[in-house]
Design a protein around this ligand. Structure first.
Ligand code: CP
Length: 294
């Protein structure tokens, strides 16, 4: 089984081995290693993406694979073709692995039973985004040396966040303490038994303050009263960031709503790991693609 559906099902040792292999790939000086020469990988994005799609493409090209990019908007999905039929179509053409992002929850597990080539989850609804959490874990490991014992606050739209869920499962397996902070209407009730909800002031005292994007596209109208009000109560403002611990870091999966969940000046602040996270996405995805095809 070389699928990567989520971190909830992944063993601690498997996570550690992906992080180690990413460090190996990061240390390589040559840009392209023909490790996956002759392999075809399809990136199938049924939802938009910049970071995940391009860092998978860079990772695949750095490993010497042939890359096929599929985007739903320019495909027969527009004529009503299903996700299953689309993936089966690409499989029938001989792809060796597929990276997939889509809205429905639960469909990926069904696909993984029917599709023979390995599938890698690039984000499914609000369920999981395992490679994002892996690159977040990798960033924390590089910053602090070890993840065990770290306190990580995840602040914002937990309800709609696949990033929060994958980070929760991954961080807990590696021995970190996870706490959430969110307004009542952005809390995920089913996660309350796994991690406590704390106040903003308490959340600021963590080693890692991970801000989440307010997912305007997943909210019904009226769910968020105003960006200003959100910033005032839950945003990482310059004033709040000044109350963080001296060694603590700011993370965010991006894209960022500057001036809503995080102040503009903090995005490239010395405490911020936001662009480092994006860079770390490449070696992590190299390790994940290699694992799928080995
Ligand atoms: N962090 C992340 O998944 O970004 P994209 O939606 O641009 O891929």
């Amino acid at each position: 089984e070389r699928h990567l559906l989520g971190l909830k099902q992944l063993e601690r040792e498997e996570i550690a081995s992906i992080l180690d292999r990413a460090a190996y790939w990061e240390s390589q000086t040559s840009k392209v290693t023909p490790r996956l020469e002759g392999k075809f990988v399809a990136n199938m994005f049924f939802e938009n993406s910049t970071r995940t799609r391009f860092s998978f493409e860079v990772a695949e090209k750095r490993l010497g694979a042939q890359v096929l990019n599929f985007s739903a908007a320019a495909s027969s999905v527009e004529k009503g073709e299903s996700i299953y039929d689309t993936v089966r179509t690409l499989e029938s053409m001989g792809i060796d692995a597929g990276v997939i992002r889509m809205k429905p929850i639960g469909l990926l597990a069904e696909l993984a039973e029917k599709i023979k080539v390995p599938l890698i989850n690039a984000g499914d609804g609000n369920n999981e985004h395992p490679t994002q959490a892996l690159l977040d874990l990798y960033t924390m490991k590089k910053t602090f040396g070890e993840i065990k014992g770290l306190t990580v606050s995840i602040i914002g739209d937990i309800l709609h966040s696949r990033v929060a869920r994958s980070n929760l499962w991954g961080l807990q397996k590696l021995g970190a303490n996870v706490q959430f902070c969110a307004p009542d209407n952005m809390q995920a009730p089913e996660l309350a038994e796994h991690a406590p909800y704390v106040s903003v002031e308490e959340a600021l005292q963590a080693d890692v303050v991970m801000m989440l994007r307010v997912q305007l596209e997943r909210h019904d109208k009226g769910f968020i009263r105003s960006a200003e009000e959100y910033r005032e109560h839950y945003g990482l403002t310059v004033e709040r960031a000044a109350r963080m611990k001296p060694h603590a870091v700011i993370m965010h999966p991006a894209p960022v709503n500057r001036g809503v969940e995080i102040d503009d000046e903090l995005v490239e602040h010395e405490k911020s790991k936001i662009f480092a996270q994006m860079g770390n996405g490449v070696p992590i995805r190299m390790a994940v693609i290699e694992r799928a095809l080995s």
